[in-house]
Design a protein around this ligand. Structure first.
Ligand code: ADP
Ligand code: MG
Length: 704
C-alpha cells in the first residue's frame, strides 16, 4: 500500500453509496430507491433492473468479477456464495457480463446445511436471501479478486428468519414506531424516523502465524487448551495504551485503509490490557449498518493478519490467566433530524423527555435482564462473564452520580429540582489549563453503563455478532415506550401524568441501578437480595428466549415468532455442545499425540541419564530422580484424566441433542477438561523447553 494516504479521498471508494447512486442512477430510480430505504416500500422490478445494471457496471470498474449475496446465518459468522457476472458464451465465443434486478433482489442458496433449529427439514431446503437496500453494497478485494458483496437477509420458504439481520430489521421497525409516538407526546412533529445508533468496540489478540500453526488448539478451537502461565502476565499494566509495536502498527495501518475504503469509519486503535491484545472502534452508525460493519471489521482483522504473518484471535478467552476479549455495544436513539433521545442536556432534572426515556430504559432492562444476558451468551463468553475482567453475569445499570442523584430526588420528594455539576478539574499544576469535568466518573465494571448520551452494553463477546444484543435492546425499549405512550396519550393532564409515570418507573426499577464495583463479591450478595438474576453460564441463559414473557414480547412487536424462538433455543444448545465437544476432542488429540509422547521422551531421557550418571560415578542423582518421579506421577495423572475425558465425551455424544446434553457438557465434560489441563500445564514447567512440542504462552504473548 502507498506510503501517503489521503483518508478523505479513499473513504468509501469501494462502496455503492449515496454519492455513487446519485451520480449513476437516473433521477427517478434514485428517488424511488431512496424512498424504499427511508420508508421501507417495495421496489418495482423495472427499477431493480436499472439499479442492478448500474451496480454491476460500477463493480466491474472497481475490478469485480463476481457478486455474492452476503448474509448472516445462525452460525455466528457470515456466509457467501460467489457467482461471476458472465453469461453463456455467444456464437462468437465471447461472453457478456450481466446482472439483473432479480439477481440483485433475491438469491436462493441451498440452505439445507445452515442451522435452522428444526424450522426447515432438509428435504424442504429452500431458503432465500433478500437484498437489504438499507446497508450499501461494496466491492471486497482479496485473493479471489474483486467481489461485489450485497448485504442480504436470509429467510426460509415460509418466511421464517434463518438469520440475524431479519429480526434486527424487524426490531428497528418496532423501536422506530414507538419512539416516534413518544416524541410526539412532547410536541415533536418534525422527526420522521428514529434509528438506534450503534458503535461496537472490538477487542482482539494478534499472535505470530508461525507459532499459531504449531498450536493445534488454536487451529481447531481459536483458544489455547493447554499452557502454563509465563513469568510475566498483565500485572504491570504496561501494555494497556502502550506504544504500539511497529509490526502491529503496520498491520493496523493496512486494516484502517481497507476499512476506510469499505466505508467503515475506523476511528480508535490502541493496545488493550493483556499482552498481544488490541482494540479497534469505528464511529457509530445505524444499527443495521453497524452490525454489517462489525462483521467486515472482524473479517478484515483476520484476513490482513495473514498478510502480515500474524493470526488474529477473536475468541473471548484465547489465554487463561490474562484478560479475554469483549465487544462493547454502544447504543442510543437518533432521529432523522439529528436529535439524540439519550442526550440529557446540562440540566437533566428539567429534561422531562429525557427522564421518561431513561426510566423506560431502566424498566426495560430490569424486566428483561434475562434476555439481555442471553443476548451476550456465547460458549467463549462463559470464560469471561463473572470472572474478574469482564462485567459480572448480573445485569445492572450504571447511571453515574448526576443521574442517580436526579433519580433519588424523584423517588424521595416526587420531583427533581437540581442536577449535580461536573465542576473544574484541579491538577495543581499552574501550566495545565483548567478543564471542565464530566458530571459523572466512569465505571468499567458495569455491564450496562450510561456514558454521557448513550448506553454501553459491555457483556458482548468479542467473536459474537452484535445483532443479538441490539435486537433485544430495540425490542425491550420499544415495549416500554409503547406501555408509556399507551398511558400518556390519553392523559387529561399530560404534565402530571408524565411526572407520575417517571416517578413510578424510577421507584419500581431502581433496584437495577448499581453504581458500585461490579467485580466485588459483595455485589453478588447484594444483587441476590435485590432479586436480580445471576445467570452464570450460557446453558442457563438460553431458556430466557422461550419464557412466556419473551414469546409475548417478541410476538407483540413481530420480531420473532414462537417457532423462531424455539429454533434459536435449539441452535444455541447444539452450538454449545458442539463447541465443547470439539474442544474436548482437540485436547484428547493434542495430549495423546503430542504432549504425553513428549513427556515420555523426556522421562526416558531422564532415566537414561540417571543410569549413565550413576555408572560414571556414584554421584548424588537426587535432583534427576526427583524430577523423574514428579513427571512420572503427572504423566500418570494426565493419562488417567485423558481416559476419563474420553469416556465422558462418548457418553455425551450418545445423548439426545438439547438442554440436557448441553448441561452434561458443562457439568461433566468441562471439569474433565480442566482436570486434564492441570497436570499437563505442570509438566510444561518441568519438561525441557526443547522437548515441549508447541510454543508456550510466553512465546505466543510476548514474541509477536
Ligand atoms: P471508550 O472510551 O468507551 O473505550 P471508544 O472511543 O473506544 O470509547 O468507543 C466508543 C464507541 O461509542 C465508539 O464506537 C463511538 O462512535 C460510539 N458512540 C459515541 N456516541 C454514541 C452514540 N450517541 N450512540 C452510539 N454510539 C456512540
Ligand atoms: Mg474503547
Amino acid at each position: 500500500m502507498s506510503e501517503f494516504t489521503n483518508v478523505a479521498e479513499i473513504f468509501g471508494e469501494d462502496v455503492f453509496n449515496d454519492t455513487v447512486m446519485m451520480e449513476r442512477l437516473p433521477k427517478k430510480v434514485y428517488k424511488e430507491l431512496k424512498r424504499t430505504i427511508a420508508e421501507g416500500e417495495e421496489l418495482d422490478p423495472a427499477t431493480a433492473d436499472v439499479i442492478a445494471h448500474e451496480m454491476k457496471e460500477w463493480a466491474i470498474e472497481k475490478g469485480a468479477t463476481h457478486y455474492t449475496h452476503w448474509f448472516q446465518p445462525l452460525t455466528g459468522v457470515t456466509a457467501e456464495k460467489h457467482d461471476s457476472f458472465i453469461t453463456a458464451p455467444m456464437e462468437n465465443g465471447k461472453v457478456l457480463m450481466s446482472f439483473s434486478g432479480k439477481e440483485l433482489i433475491k438469491g436462493e442458496p441451498d440452505a439445507s446445511s445452515f442451522p435452522s433449529g428444526g424450522l426447515r427439514a432438509t428435504f424442504e431446503a429452500r431458503g432465500y436471501t433478500v437484498w437489504d437496500c438499507t446497508s450499501p453494497a461494496f466491492v471486497r478485494h482479496d485473493a479471489a479478486g474483486g467481489t461485489l458483496c450485497i448485504p442480504t437477509a436470509f429467510c426460509s420458504y415460509t418466511g421464517e428468519a434463518l438469520d440475524q439481520k431479519t429480526p434486527l430489521l424487524r426490531s428497528m421497525q418496532a423501536i422506530n414506531i414507538q419512539a416516534l409516538r413518544l416524541l410526539k407526546l412532547f410536541g415533536n412533529e418534525t422527526s420522521k424516523k428514529v434509528t438506534p445508533s450503534v458503535g461496537a468496540e472490538q477487542e482482539y489478540f494478534l499472535v505470530d502465524a508461525g507459532k499459531f500453526l504449531q498450536r493445534k488448539d488454536l487451529i481447531f478451537t481459536g483458544r489455547t487448551l493447554f499452557g502454563a502461565m509465563p513469568p510475566k502476565g498483565q500485572e504491570l499494566d504496561d501494555h494497556y495504551f502502550g506504544t504500539i509495536r511497529q509490526r502491529i502498527a503496520s498491520y493496523m495501518k493496512d486494516v484502517n485503509i481497507t476499512l476506510w475504503k469499505l466505508g467503515v469509519s475506523a476511528k480508535t486503535q490502541h493496545n488493550e490490557v493483556a499482552p498481544a491484545q488490541h482494540e479497534l472502534a469505528p464511529i457509530y452508525a445505524e444499527a443495521n449498518i453497524a452490525v454489517d460493519h462489525n462483521h467486515i471489521v472482524m473479517q478484515t482483522l483476520k484476513r490482513l493478519a495473514c498478510e502480515h504473518g500474524l493470526k488474529c484471535l477473536l475468541h473471548e478467552k484465547p489465554f487463561d490467566g490474562v484478560n479475554g476479549s469483549g465487544k462493547h455495544n454502544n447504543w442510543s436513539l437518533t432521529t432523522d433530524d439529528g436529535i439524540n433521545m439519550l442526550e440529557p442536556g446540562k440540566t437533566p432534572h428539567e429534561n422531562i423527555q429525557f427522564l421518561l426515556v431513561l426510566c423506560c430504559i431502566l424498566k426495560a432492562v430490569d424486566v428483561h435482564a434475562d434476555l439481555l444476558r442471553e443476548s451476550a451468551a456465547d460458549v467463549g463468553n462463559d470464560h469471561r462473564l463473572g470472572a474478574n475482567e469482564a462485567p459480572p453475569a448480573i445485569i445492572s445499570v450504571f447511571l453515574g452520580e448526576q443521574l442517580e442523584d436526579v433519580l433519588e430526588q424523584l423517588i424521595s420528594t416526587g420531583s427533581a429540582t437540581s442536577s449535580l455539576k461536573g465542576g473544574k478539574l484541579k491538577t495543581g499544576v499552574g501550566t495545565l489549563s483548567d478543564v471542565s469535568k464530566d458530571a459523572t466518573d466512569r465505571n468499567r465494571t458495569s455491564p450496562f453503563a450510561f456514558t454521557g448520551n448513550k448506553f454501553e452494553f459491555r457483556m458482548v463477546g468479542s467473536r459474537d455478532s452484535i445483532a443479538g444484543p441490539n435486537i433485544v435492546l430495540n425490542t425491550i425499549v420499544a415495549e416500554s415506550f409503547k406501555e408509556a405512550c399507551d398511558k400518556l396519550e390519553g392523559a387529561e393532564d399530560f404534565d402530571t401524568a408524565v411526572h407520575d409515570l417517571i416517578k413510578e418507573y424510577a421507584a419500581d426499577h431502581q433496584k437495577i441501578v448499581f453504581n458500585g464495583n461490579g467485580y466485588a463479591e459483595e455485589w453478588v450478595e447484594e444483587a441476590a437480595r435485590r432479586g436480580l438474576p445471576n445467570i452464570a453460564s450460557m446453558v442457563d441463559a438460553i431458556p430466557a428466549l422461550t419464557t412466556e414473557k419473551s414469546i409475548k414480547l417478541f410476538g407483540d412487536f413481530k420480531v420473532f415468532t414462537k417457532p423462531e424462538l424455539e429454533a434459536r433455543v435449539e441452535i444455541q444448545y447444539e452450538a454449545y455442545a458442539k463447541a465443547i465437544n470439539i474442544e474436548a476432542k482437540a485436547m484428547i488429540d493434542i495430549a495423546g499425540k503430542q504432549l504425553i509422547p513428549a513427556v515420555i521422551k523426556y522421562t526416558t531421557a531422564l532415566a537414561e541419564s540417571i543410569n549413565a550418571v550413576k555408572a560414571a560415578c556414584p554421584a548424588n542423582v537426587s535432583v534427576q530422580t526427583g524430577l523423574l518421579e514428579k513427571s512420572s506421577d503427572l504423566l500418570a495423572a494426565s493419562q488417567n484424566a485423558l481416559d476419563a475425558l474420553k469416556a465422558m465425551i462418548e457418553k455425551a455424544g450418545a445423548m439426545a441433542e438439547g438442554a440436557e446434553q448441553a448441561a452434561y457438557y458443562r457439568d461433566a465434560v468441562v471439569p474433565a477438561m480442566t482436570a486434564l489441563r492441570a497436570p499437563i500445564d505442570e509438566l510444561e514447567m518441568i519438561v525441557d523447553k526443547d522437548m515441549w512440542p508447541m510454543p508456550s504462552y510466553g512465546d505466543l504473548l510476548f514474541e509477536v
